[in-house]
Design a protein. Structure first.
Length: 268
């Protein structure tokens, strides 16, 4: 399947993105690679929601809305061509009902991305002493289900990717999740009309991977089960610099979705 959408990109307005991560450069690069729908999703913590960390606090609704002015600029108008531009956000989730975006503010965006597993923010998104794989797995599944109960997310991003530990940890945790546990989670996502993101981390090559592309067998299992459960998907490069998209392109996404039998993708 030809990939023509990407709704997970970060401009210079995200504190972790490159300072020259300009929206018009995303438009140029993505347009050249065949993207027809491009979504911007800078990190966001709504001031109406208490509990922001020092890192998140400056990245509020007003801050993110500066992108609206940029989208109206001459540089963007010259670069956009016939591409459809979506104005979204990636908010934060601390568990339970503690999502960093009010429902009122959510209405201001074309889409909302919610990460259930930003576990690299120790002592903030997760307990500082969370290290046991069994405990990580259990919390990851619980957080995923809690996001579905919010009924707010357009898509759940980089699902079941245990970031914040060793490079081997994500695959280890995924290997511990049973088919039935995945099916329960993906059934909840289908009922919540929440898309499952295929993130760049899902299509990277690994040792002893599947096929010529060496895709992670755990990601293939995960996403195939999501497809068999009836989920819709979204594509997210999660790029923090348009140059990174130019480097990897979207061909690995295309071959991954073909391998998993995925055809239902948002905005395609």
């Amino acid at each position: 399947m030809k990939i023509t959408s990407d709704i997970h990109t970060h401009t210079y307005l995200s504190s972790c993105a490159a300072r020259d991560s300009w929206p018009w450069d995303f438009m140029k690069v993505c347009g050249e690679l065949g993207i027809k729908t491009l979504g911007f999703s800078d990190h966001l913590w709504d001031k109406a929601v208490p509990g922001a960390s020092k890192w998140y606090a400056p990245q509020d609704v007003d801050h993110v809305f500066q992108l609206k002015e940029q989208l109206a600029s001459q540089q963007c108008q010259e670069a956009v061509g016939d591409m459809k531009i979506l104005f979204g956000c990636e908010t934060e989730f601390l568990g339970g009902k503690h999502v960093a975006l009010s429902r009122e503010a959510a209405k201001l965006f074309d889409f909302v991305l919610i990460p259930p597993d930003h576990f690299h923010m120790k002592g903030f998104t997760v307990p500082a002493d969370l290290n046991e794989p069994k405990d990580i797995k259990e919390l990851m599944i619980r957080r995923f289900m809690e996001v579905m109960e919010l009924d707010m997310a357009t898509a759940v991003v980089h699902p079941f990717h245990a970031m914040g530990w060793t490079p081997e940890m994500p695959r280890l945790i995924q290997s511990m999740i049973t088919d039935n546990e995945y099916i329960e989670c993906f059934t909840a996502a289908k009922q919540a009309n929440c898309a499952i993101e295929i993130n760049t981390c899902a299509v990277k090559p690994v040792e002893d991977g599947v096929g010529d592309d060496s895709f992670s067998p755990e990601y293939v299992r995960m996403m195939t089960l999501a497809r068999e459960t009836g989920c819709v998907f979204s594509i997210g490069s999660d790029s923090h610099n348009p140059k990174s998209i130019a480097a990897f392109k979207y061909d690995r996404f295309e071959r991954f979705t073909e391998l998993c039998g995925i055809e239902s993708i948002l905005y395609q």
